[in-house]
Ligand binder design. Structure first.
Ligand code: 13P
Ligand code: SF4
Length: 330
């Protein structure tokens, strides 16, 4: 075991025996250790297929909050692991690769956000779940793209609100709730890559297709959408729609579940603006592999930790989100 090398690289670097049946071994380890594997829709298809639960950010937090497993393996990005750890401080929370960060969470450094909050003491602070635990610790209520509208709507119209860190989601929620929330100027580098031009090109090829857009995309892109929603919301729309073609403007991992649920329908990923590839993948989400997942379970590392003082504050706005979502049936 070369722990120094693991620490330097941010994941267990032990080579995996090529003759192993990895899926069977992952299954054996998860049973032996009473571990649950949670996977986000942006993971590779093979990770989604082996996960105990696959879902959007809200569902991952909800499952983490109610699991009776001893170990939670979060196949997603680091802030998702932190959210699980804050909700379940007594459990071991593992992520296959510590380098799986998030450009949106990075666009909101906790010290600068705390200063911004301090400068607006009369504002309620609403933060998107794509933030560090330290940002959540200075937040009143957390939201995901599934419940953001309803949670914002639960405040009086005259309430002064700070919304961070995603300016695109914030602008979108402002437009559909008729508000003027004060926005933090952050964004996701994956969703910012979607362009009007590429969608119009695809629309010319598939004129009858529905355009599905994640609200982390720019407003000009969201304006072209037949449906703007979270990953789970876009999936639901595709399942319930009578359309056969769908142009999908979000990380292409969601197409795996869309194709599984709707094998008779055609899902077309929108390529990024710079045209370097045919679909748009999150380089952080895609750091997780079956080999790293296996090593994580085997060696129980990397383990997510959150400072106890930070966790004590961060859990409050997350619990508040879960309570409101439960009341709303989300
Ligand atoms: P949802 O799964 O909540 O739609 O979020 C997308 C995302 O960017 C997660 O990082
Ligand atoms: Fe973060 Fe964007 Fe990747 Fe989601 S797609 S994890 S918001 S960088």
């Amino acid at each position: 075991m070369n722990k120094e090398e693991w620490l330097k690289n941010g994941y267990v670097t032990e080579p995996v025996d090529k003759t192993l049946d990895l899926k069977a071994e992952i299954d054996r380890l998860r049973k032996e250790k009473n571990a649950v594997i949670l996977g986000h829709y942006y993971q590779s298809g093979e990770i989604q297929d082996i996960a105990d639960f696959v879902g959007d950010s809200l569902a991952l937090a909800q499952w983490a909050a109610k699991t009776d497993a001893d170990i939670i393996v979060m196949c997603g990005v680091h802030f998702m692991g932190e959210t699980a750890k804050v909700l379940c401080p007594e459990k071991k929370v593992l992520v296959p690769d510590f380098n799986a960060g998030c450009s949106l969470a990075d666009s909101c450094p906790a010290d600068k956000f705390a200063q911004f909050v301090k400068e607006h003491p009369d504002h309620t602070v609403i933060s998107y779940v794509n933030t560090t635990a330290a940002v959540k610790a200075v937040t009143d209520v957390v939201v995901t793209s599934t419940n953001a509208k309803q949670i914002v709507d639960s405040f009086a119209k005259e309430e002064k609100i700070i919304f961070g860190p995603d300016r695109n989601l914030g602008n979108y929620i402002n437009s559909i709730t008729n508000r003027n929330m004060l926005l933090w100027d952050g964004a996701c580098h994956v969703h910012e890559q979607f362009s009007v031009e590429k969608i119009l090109e695809l629309k010319a090829q598939y004129p009858d297709a529905d355009v599905l857009v994640h609200p982390e995309c720019k407003g000009t892109v969201a304006k072209l959408a037949d449906k703007v929603a979270s990953t789970a919301g876009l999936l639901k729309h595709a399942i319930n729609s009578s359309k056969l073609n769908f142009i999908v403007a979000t990380e292409s991992g969601i197409l795996h579940e869309m194709r599984k649920q709707c094998p008779e329908k055609n899902f077309i990923p929108v390529p990024p603006e710079d045209g370097t590839c045919s679909c748009n993948e999150c380089n952080y989400m895609r750091l997780n592999t079956l080999e790293k997942l296996y090593n994580t379970l085997k060696y129980e590392w990397p383990e997510v930790t959150v400072d106890a003082e930070v966790a004590k504050e961060a859990v409050k706005p997350i619990q508040r989100m879960l309570e409101i979502s439960e009341k709303l049936g989300l």
